[in-house]
Design a protein around this ligand. Structure first.
Ligand SMILES: C[S@@+](CC[C@H](N)C(=O)[O-])C[C@H]1O[C@@H](n2cnc3c(N)ncnc32)[C@H](O)[C@@H]1O
Length: 472
């Protein structure tokens, strides 16, 4: 294909969005993938990579708009790595997500028993997140508008915001993220100001020097409580500088419930730390899902879209179809939210979770809700399931609910599921591709009865699914 060389420029009509969010076009049948384009658009692109069976191209100009294009709400749209699809009509976002789930599950050897249901939309499509992580950087990225302004001398040495799309090492200052609330943005503005005024540098991912690393803002949608978690390196002056920011937030920020400081001594760019200390408040916030109350602390996993999670948990309850007589296991249980939402319909629920702090929260949540038939095990599931004596684990489960991270279940966990042979399995997954992989193994022994997709992440290509499996 002569026209398709690295560096060549072409005009293409975008045909579809592929799993993961990229756009696809064909030139005489040859696939070209693009990062930021919508179906129906005519685009001018430059080829940046050519492989034997596909090419990757960068969109230079949009020559004709898409009929499905809408105005993005966020000022940072285009530069930010967060919302890839904010300019795509919401009904279209749901339709593409449905297609991607269908494509991922189409290769199952035993097939599906019924159709994949329509995607349940998110109850709200902006301001839906109850948690956002913001990164400090010693090299602030400026937008083209900012670079064009000769009259402003920007301080480029300290940024606090989100990553530029495709650039793990570039961060721009966020002032207007529409996925969380304006109050969360106000927290970020105060923390950024405090960090700059401290005179202490952000952590530099190349030299591994510097102090400021991340700030996480958690905001319970049903109670309005807010937690700020500031994560720094272990550098001289950290405690005093953090305490000053905490005071600034008290004086100048929106109402906050608690402030936690942790230290990340590793080189891993993750918004987590150790030696956590609570500067004020109880170190956690309370959120509600349906009638249940949940305590969430700085390091616990909690579904990020509270209102969407209410619908998800309803679907999990319906799929589990409990009568009150069953023993249920909740694998990858986080702070116990699924376990607790099933407890009133089960005889007994046992949750399993890696993070000890989340297990402590799960017990606290059980007490908070007066639930007495749940217990929780901390540890890596693949080890816990294999090495914990049967008399400690208790009787085998009738129903297993499993909600693994994006990487899906470890093969040893899938094997353990097959050996435990519960009557029903409810799989909850945020990644249709690892879901398909794990279902492929389970489908030898289980019938896949229903697949219910949920949009918990509007404007991104992500999609959550609840799958019911009954033993053959
Ligand atoms: C997608 S979250 C589900 C949490 C919970 N079900 C909920 O709805 O809030 C996945 C959880 O699995 C936990 N996890 C990850 N790897 C694990 C492992 N190897 N063993 C046990 N739990 C693990 C994570 O800490 C996280 O809480």
């Amino acid at each position: 294909m002569e026209l398709l060389r690295k560096g060549s420029e072409l005009e293409l009509r975008v045909e579809q969005l592929v799993f993961g969010g990229r756009a696809l076009s064909r030139l005489d049948g040859f696939v070209v993938l693009m990062d930021r384009a919508l179906p129906g658009q005519k685009v001018q692109v430059r080829v940046v990579k050519k492989k034997s069976n596909y090419a990757e191209a960068q969109v230079m100009r949009i020559l004709e708009p898409s009929p499905y294009q809408v105005l993005p709400a966020c000022a940072h749209f285009g530069m930010c790595g967060g919302c890839l699809w904010q300019d795509l009509d919401y009904a279209q976002q749901l339709a593409w997500k449905h297609r991607h789930v269908s494509e991922c599950l189409s290769h199952l050897p035993d097939g599906l028993q019924g159709p994949i249901e329509e995607v349940t939309p998110s109850p709200v499509i902006y301001g839906y997140r109850n948690k956002m992580e913001f990164t400090f950087s010693a090299r602030r990225w400026l937008s083209s508008d900012e670079t064009a302004r000769a009259d402003v001398a920007y301080d480029r040495s300290c940024a606090l915001g989100l990553h530029v799309r495709g650039r793990f090492d570039r961060v721009f200052d966020v002032h207007d993220c529409r996925l969380e609330s304006p109050e969360a943005m106000a927290v970020v503005d105060v923390v950024r100001r405090g960090a700059r005024e401290s005179g202490l540098p952000p952590y530099d991912i190349r030299t591994h020097q510097g102090l400021w690393r991340f700030v996480v803002v958690r905001e319970a949608k049903r109670t309005g409580q807010r937690l700020v978690h500031l994560i720094t390196a272990d550098a001289p002056g950290a405690d005093r500088a953090v305490e000053r920011i905490a005071r600034m937030l008290e004086d100048q920020g929106p109402p906050l419930t608690t402030f936690v400081h942790s230290i990340n001594r590793t080189r891993a760019q993750v918004a987590q730390g150790e030696d956590s200390r609570v500067l004020w408040g109880a170190g956690g916030i309370e959120e509600r899902i349906g009638p249940l109350r949940f305590r969430i602390s700085a390091h616990s996993f909690f579904q990020t879209n509270t209102l969407g999670a209410e619908r998800l948990y309803e679907a999990i309850r319906e799929s589990a179809g409990l009568t009150g007589a069953e023993t249920v296991w909740d694998l990858y249980c986080g702070t116990g939210s699924i376990a607790l939402s099933l407890a009133s319909q089960a005889r007994k629920v046992t949750g399993f979770e890696l993070v000890e702090e989340a297990v402590a929260d799960a017990y606290r949540n059980a007490a908070l809700n007066g639930v007495e038939n749940c217990r929780f095990f901390a540890g890596d599931l693949k080890e816990v399931l294999r090495h914990t004596p049967r008399d400690i684990l208790g009787e085998p489960p009738d129903v297993i609910v499993t909600d693994p991270p994006r990487s899906g279940m470890h093969p040893k966990v899938v094997k353990a599921l097959l050996e435990l042979a519960p009557r029903r399995i409810v799989m909850v997954s945020c990644n249709p591709s690892t879901l398909a992989r794990d279902l492929g193994v389970l489908a030898n022994s289980y019938i896949i009865c229903s697949v219910l997709p949920f949009d918990l992440f509007p404007h991104t290509p992500h999609i959550e699914c609840v799958v019911r499996l009954d033993r053959k």
